[in-house]
Design a protein around this ligand. Structure first.
Ligand SMILES: NC(=O)c1ccc[n+]([C@@H]2O[C@H](COP(=O)([O-])OP(=O)(O)OC[C@H]3O[C@@H](n4cnc5c(N)ncnc54)[C@H](O)[C@@H]3O)[C@@H](O)[C@H]2O)c1
Length: 252
């Protein structure tokens, strides 16, 4: 699907992988709505992206906020692409002195899984109403993680939320196929963003040592390049694509 003169919504588009994706989509000629929670960070991000981008504040778990963001996207033109990058990480054991509380587990699942589903379910109603252009009416990209398969000790909440996101790609793609809307999940490995800075340095070093090739953290623009490709390549559908330099995380 061509991006030029279409509208894309990028959740978590004010930082990290989402911001890099918004930058790519703008460069490809799309008008982009970036959604995030902090108005300050969001406005600064939109200013850097230029006149083709607007920031709309909102939390992905908030129904009404997502509706308002989608209204803003439709004001810009034909909404065709959704890239879900909003997410959080969290790590805590379930046995020991400082154990993960139930509300902490729920909060991670709520942001990552329910937040993603909330945006997808509302966005596809709008995308499905667009006229068909060539083969596709639109594309949905979700972001899981290789932790969906290779989660570390302490990552039960994060890994569960990400495994569920990866698990939605095929059933959503099957459901949305009659509407010519594709759904593709991207499962990043280790990327150099603020989220990765929350991981203890020793753990990052140990994981870096396990990388087959290249032995470095990915750059956010490398994620963005894949997101752009997914939108353009109509044969990609119902799949979770690992973007991980061949990493299969062993326990650390
Ligand atoms: N960086 C990595 O190595 C890596 C690896 C695997 C998966 N991921 C996933 O990629 C996605 C993007 O991560 P990143 O590395 O760019 O992190 P990041 O922290 O730089 O960006 C995440 C963005 O999501 C936003 N966000 C968080 N909760 C939100 C909510 N409830 N509503 C709206 N926005 C919200 C944040 O404000 C931020 O802008 C996340 O889902 C993350 O789990 C990242």
């Amino acid at each position: 699907m061509q991006l030029k003169d279409t509208v894309a919504l990028v959740t978590g588009g004010t930082a990290g992988l989402g911001l890099a994706t918004a930058r790519r989509l703008v460069a490809a000629g799309a008008r982009v709505v970036v959604m995030g929670r902090s108005p300050e960070t969001g406005r600064a991000a939109a200013a850097r992206l230029g006149p083709q981008a607007v920031f709309v504040a909102g939390d992905v778990t908030d129904d009404d906020a997502v509706g308002r963001v989608l209204d803003a996207a439709e004001e810009l033109g034909e909404l065709r692409s959704l890239v879900c990058c909003a997410g959080t990480t969290y790590s805590k054991q379930i046995l020991g002195r400082r154990v993960m509380r139930l509300d902490e587990f729920e909060a991670v699942v709520r942001t990552n899984l329910i937040g993603t589903f909330n945006v997808v379910r509302q966005a596809v109603v709008r995308i499905a109403a667009q006229p068909l252009v060539e083969e596709d009416r639109g594309v949905v990209i979700t972001t899981s993680s290789i932790a969906a398969w290779d989660g570390q000790s302490g990552q039960s909440a994060y890994a569960a939320s990400k495994a569920a996101i990866a698990g939605m790609a095929l059933p959503l793609a099957r459901e949305l196929a009659p509407h010519a809307i594709r759904v593709v999940d991207i499962a990043p490995g280790l990327f150099d963003t603020r989220l990765m800075q929350a991981v203890p340095e020793r753990a990052v070093e140990q994981l870096r040592g396990q990388l087959p090739h290249p032995k470095r953290l990915g750059a956010a623009d490398e994620f963005a390049a894949l997101a752009e490709h997914v939108i353009g390549n109509s044969m990609l559908n119902g799949e979770s694509v690992r973007l991980d330099a061949g990493l299969r995380m062993a326990p650390i």
